[in-house]
Every structure is written in structure tokens, then in C-alpha cells.
Ligand binder design. Structure first.
Ligand code: SAH
Length: 393
């Protein structure tokens, strides 16, 4: 069993080494904040709306294309409002280009990844909220590397905006050109970077030009189960979907698989999830990686079924994705099917997630952001991705 501090390390806590945050970007601010910034630069405040329309509305970030701005002001405004936050290092694609993983370098050299997934009816991006992750789940590649730092609001938002631009360029054939869904299932624990993630959600859902104009219901925040933060999220008056990475129905095993369980137990985290569901009316997604001979026994399916029966919940089983040096394997398909059967018999809605993105280490738990990992790059520099979606078995 892993021994951990019981309270997750907060790099922003007083006394913590101050992480090097990036320059401010318009996506860090709401429209009023951008207007004040522009006025402070001696430009008319309406320029804030113009630049925002380029960035969020047209997905344009090149000042040369902002021809409605006076030529003399373009570069200066772009420098101040749109500093480069993400430098594309590599783009990997699989599934005939429908899954694309982007590796980015941040201003301080940290590496993070995002994944774009195209489907016939939707385009989803999976974004990172931290460089690395401090939650130390032993089956997750990101968790093995530890936490480097929180991402800024704009670093989070810019992943989605950048990949929305890739989708809009028609790069994902067979999918709609417009980004529709965002999942906080990339690197990091979103609720451990609460304020910035919340501001990022507000930017993603605000109508253009303030934000990207996505539907709240199309945003999913996935967490290991930081109970106070789940309650706080429930009180924000948002209707985003909560996904809870449960992975075990009993404390003994969950203490090992999701070490933060040593702080907040299964019953506490589920109570927080039900409070979230009651407050928002949104069904909570229970994530459960199927690990051979570890958490896939029939009795655990039955116990999980008893915990979830009658609740506003849906189970997503995730076939364990391979990670470097892992001692664990995915459950065999017959074991998985039996697990699904028992959950459904208990009246619990259950799906198995597909494993898109595996070949490019873009699937759940595989995002580790090593510059030399992955398979053959495609299409020059740019984007990578991780593609997973629930599928009925
Ligand atoms: N820290 C948040 C966000 C990451 S989401 C959270 O844990 O919820 C990534 C999802 O993939 C989580 O449900 C995580 O538990 C799961 N996961 C991690 N490693 C995995 C692996 N090797 N195979 C399958 N799923 C994995």
C-alpha cells in the first residue's frame, strides 16, 4: 500500500514553493476584466470584445488576421491579450485521424497533453488541469510522475480553444466541425486546482465573445473524490457532469487504488456525489477501471450494485489501459461481461468505455507527457489526444 500525506499537496498553499505561472491571457479574465486591461493599455475598451471575438468566436489568434483592428495596435494587443501559452511539441493521431493527442510545452518547460476525439455526432476534447498529478493512483501513468504545478485558467481553456480550431479546420473527418464536449479527464486532479478550473468552466460555457459557448451539460469534471471540493462545486449553480473515479467499492482496496481514499472514505465520497446529483439534477458518472484479479470479482460487482442501486448514477467501466511498468492487466472480457451483468441486475445503468487512443498512449491513465514516448508523429507538429467514449456492451 502507498503511504501518502493524508491531505493532497496544494502547490498554492502558503509556504509552498511558488510555481512559475504563465503570463496573463485574455482567457484568464471575464469580459469586464479584459476591458479594464485594454483600457489600461490606453486602447478603447471595445478592443477587448474585438480580440475576444477573434479568439473565442473565430478561433483566430494570429494578429495579422485581425484586420478590424488598426494595424499599429494589433501586435501590441495580441502580445498583451494573447501571449503564447501552449507550444505544440507533437501531434499523434490514430483511428483514421478521429483521435488526436497533442503534447504541449508550457512557458516553464512543463509538458501537458490533451486529446481530441471525433465521433459522428460530436467532438470531444479531453483536457489537462495540472502538469502532472499529486494523487498517486498506482495504475495511472500521470499519477506516477507526481505534480509539477497547477495550470492557469487560460492554459486550461487554450487547450480546448486550440483543439476547437483543429476540429473547425476539418481535420477530423466524419465528425461535426464544432467542438461540443469537454472532459476534464486529462492530466491532473481538477478539483485540486479548483479556482482556476472553475474559471475555465465559466469561460468554456460563456457565449462568445466572452467564452466558447459550450453547453454546461457537455462538460464533465472527473475527480478522485475531494469531498469538500465536490460540495463546493455543487453550490456553484452549474450543471456540469461530475465523474467520480471510484475503482473499488470497499475502503480496503480503494485506499490502495485511489490513495486519497485514506482521507475521504467510500461512503463519504458517495454521499458527496449524491449531494451533487440532488443539487444539480445531473446523473453522476462512476468511473471504474477493470483490473484483473484486483477489483473485478463478482462480489465487488454486487457490493457496487448495492451502493449505487436507486441512485442518480451511471457506471463507466474502463478496461485498464497499459501503463509503463504496471504490474496490472485489464480484466478478461468474460469477467468484464459478468461484472456488467451483475450491476445491471442490481438496476444500475452501466456501460463499458471503448479504448480509443490506446495506440498513442492517449487513453485513460496513459497521459504522462514524456517527449520521447508515443508512436509515429503524424501531420507535423501540433496536437495529440485521447479518445474514449462510453459504449453499450
Ligand atoms: N484526476 C481525475 C481526472 C483524471 S481522469 C480523476 O482521477 O478522476 C482519468 C480517468 O482515467 C480516471 O477515472 C482515472 O482513474 C482513469 N485511469 C487512470 N489510469 C487508468 C488506466 N491505466 N486505465 C484505465 N483508466 C485509468
Amino acid at each position: 500500500m502507498t503511504s501518502l500525506p493524508l491531505i493532497p499537496v496544494d502547490p498554492d498553499a502558503p509556504g509552498a514553493r511558488r510555481a512559475a505561472m504563465p503570463p496573463q491571457h485574455l482567457a484568464d479574465l471575464d469580459l469586464a476584466g479584459r476591458k479594464a486591461l485594454v483600457a489600461g493599455l490606453g486602447e478603447p475598451a471595445f478592443r477587448a470584445r474585438q480580440v475576444s471575438t477573434h479568439y473565442f468566436g473565430r478561433l483566430v489568434r494570429d494578429p495579422a488576421q485581425m484586420t478590424d483592428l488598426p494595424a499599429a495596435a494589433r501586435e501590441r494587443l495580441a502580445d498583451q491579450l494573447l501571449p503564447r501559452l501552449l507550444t505544440p511539441v507533437r501531434e499523434l493521431a490514430c483511428d483514421d485521424g478521429a483521435t488526436r493527442k497533442a503534447l504541449w510545452r508550457l512557458h516553464d518547460g512543463s509538458l501537458v497533453e490533451s486529446v481530441l476525439m471525433g465521433y459522428p455526432d460530436r467532438v470531444t476534447v479531453c483536457i489537462s488541469s495540472q502538469a502532472g498529478c499529486g494523487m498517486a493512483c498506482p495504475f495511472c501513468a500521470t499519477g506516477q510522475a507526481g505534480l509539477t504545478r497547477n495550470l492557469s485558467t487560460a492554459e486550461i481553456v487554450d487547450q480546448a480553444v486550440y483543439l476547437a480550431g483543429v476540429a473547425a479546420s476539418g481535420a477530423v473527418s466524419g465528425s461535426p466541425p464544432r467542438l461540443s464536449h469537454v472532459v476534464f479527464m486529462g492530466m491532473g486532479e481538477p478539483l485540486a486546482n479548483y479556482n482556476r478550473v472553475l474559471a475555465a468552466i465559466r469561460r468554456l460555457v460563456a457565449p462568445a465573445p466572452e467564452g466558447l459557448g459550450l453547453s454546461q451539460r457537455h462538460i464533465t469534471v472527473s475527480t478522485v473524490g475531494l469531498v469538500p471540493a465536490i460540495h463546493r462545486l455543487a453550490s456553484e449553480d452549474l450543471s456540469v457532469t461530475l465523474a467520480l473515479s471510484l475503482h473499488a467499492p470497499d475502503d480496503e482496496l480503494r485506499d490502495e487504488l485511489v490513495p486519497v481514499n485514506q482521507r475521504w472514505k467510500v461512503c463519504e465520497v458517495l454521499d458527496a456525489a449524491w449531494a451533487y446529483a440532488a443539487r444539480t439534477g445531473r446523473r453522476v458518472s462512476i468511473e471504474y477501471a477493470m483490473i484483473k484479479d484486483v477489483n473485478d470479482q463478482p462480489w465487488r460487482a454486487d457490493l457496487l450494485g448495492r451502493l449505487l442501486a436507486g441512485k442518480l448514477a451511471h457506471v463507466n467501466l474502463i478496461p485498464l489501459n497499459p501503463t509503463p511498468g504496471s504490474r496490472w492487466d485489464a480484466s478478461p472480457k468474460p469477467v468484464e461481461r459478468e461484472f456488467v451483468r451483475r450491476l445491471r441486475d442490481a438496476g444500475v445503468s452501466t456501460t463499458v468505455r471503448d479504448t480509443r487512443g490506446r495506440e498513442i498512449d492517449g487513453a485513460c491513465g496513459q497521459l504522462a507527457a514524456a517527449e520521447d514516448s508515443g508512436t509515429d508523429p503524424v501531420g507535423g507538429v501540433g496536437v495529440t489526444g485521447r479518445g474514449e467514449r462510453d459504449q453499450e456492451t
